[in-house]
Design a protein around this ligand. Structure first.
Ligand code: GDP
Length: 335
């Protein structure tokens, strides 16, 4: 990167040119920009996204979820390196929605996906997500687009499978992989049926050592359970496989399922439909995001909110009355 670009904030053109010429330093800075909450940054980010948009859409977008400890980072490391062995470049965005792992990730960041992080054909970026419910938001999508414009063949987005994040993640990616363990009930794993229904494939991880038989049993059980779900609109029937991320086993099998699903989706015309639909959602989510942020950050709202909150809590004012009052103030604000 030229010395003139060393200062922290670049122009939208400088960001775009840097990304399109595959400058990693600029990519990192651009992601920070997109994640920024400063109004000045928002305008540059928006302009940047517009500039790079024509260069997006060509990556394979894969979402991966599963409860903490299931082996997500071990899997992504093994899978990412497998993809690299096929001459593909890989970007990994990891989303940590809760403070649950914040402490761990200080240590974990060093050890998580170490070989992949250090590989010149990979880019691993933990995402700071603010306080959005579930952690995945429109910024995740925008970050993904930056990685696509940069030229990565595959973008993997990882989230912890315990919250709302899966639904949002499903709305960003083309393929959604759920990692599970054998021998722990769904309840135990905190995986809701709805999440299983969203999955394009389930991989039962840790199929090694004494665990091989158990994982095979679990695989059959899950495959049977999935047959009981109503068929998906696209006609894709999710597949259940076993893998051992620790021993790099099952990576090819999983990639083949992804390729098969991709072909199926394109053949039935669902691939483009899905992306169009996702794009439209992006617009609505952005509008919602701006509305919320304009609303809650407005000084007139802020000044009333604390008191009203207390009054609603104490039962002095009805929740709906308080809401109407706030909306009335908001509508009277002149922009
Ligand atoms: P995450 O919290 O879902 O990202 O899980 P990690 O990737 O950090 O893995 C949690 C633990 O499970 C670590 O101790 C890993 O070494 C172990 N682990 C992950 N994958 C496998 C596997 O395939 N087999 C075995 N035996 N252990 C695994």
């Amino acid at each position: 990167m030229p010395a003139s670009l060393q200062r922290t904030r670049l122009t939208a053109d400088e960001y775009a040119n840097g990304i399109l010429s595959a400058d990693r330093v600029v990519l990192s800075k651009a992601i920070t920009l997109v994640e920024s909450k400063l109004p000045g940054d928002n305008a540059i980010a928006e302009s940047l996204i517009e500039k790079i948009l024509p260069h997006t859409g060509n990556a394979m977008r894969i979402g991966i979820t599963g409860v903490p400890g299931v082996g997500k980072s071990t899997f992504i490391e093994a899978f990412g390196l497998y993809l690299i062995s096929l001459s593909k470049s890989v970007a990994v965005l990891t989303i940590d929605p809760s403070s649950q792992r914040t402490q761990g990730s200080i240590l974990g960041d060093k050890t998580r996906m170490e070989s992949l992080s250090n590989h010149p054909k990979a880019f691993v970026r933990p995402s700071s997500t603010g306080n959005t419910l579930g952690g995945v938001n429109t910024r995740t999508r925008e970050t993904m687009l930056l990685c696509e414009a940069f030229g990565f063949d595959v973008v993997i987005i990882e989230t912890v499978g315990v919250g709302q994040s899966e639904t949002t993640l499903r709305g960003i990616v083309d393929f959604f992989l759920l990692l599970m363990l054998a021998g722990a009930g769904d309840e135990l794993q905190g995986i809701k049926r709805g999440i299983m229904e969203m999955a394009d494939a389930i991989a039962i991880n840790k199929a090694d050592g004494d665990n091989v038989r158990m994982t095979e049993l679990a695989r059959r059980e899950y495959q049977n359970a999935l047959h009981l779900f109503p068929p998906s609109e696209s006609g894709w029937v999710p597949e259940v496989v076993t893998c051992s991320s620790l021993h790099n086993e099952g990576m090819e099998k999983i990639f083949n399922i992804i390729l098969k699903q991709d072909k199926h989706m394109r053949d039935v015309g669902y691939f483009n439909e899905n992306r169009k639909h996702q794009n439209l959602n992006w617009m609505f989510e952005t509008v919602n995001h701006h509305l919320q942020s304009d609303f809650y950050n407005h000084p007139k709202i802020k000044s009333q909110l604390v008191q009203l909150q207390q009054q609603v809590e104490s039962g002095e004012v009805a929740a709906i009355t308080a809401a109407h009052h706030l909306m009335k103030i908001f509508k009277e604000i002149k922009y």
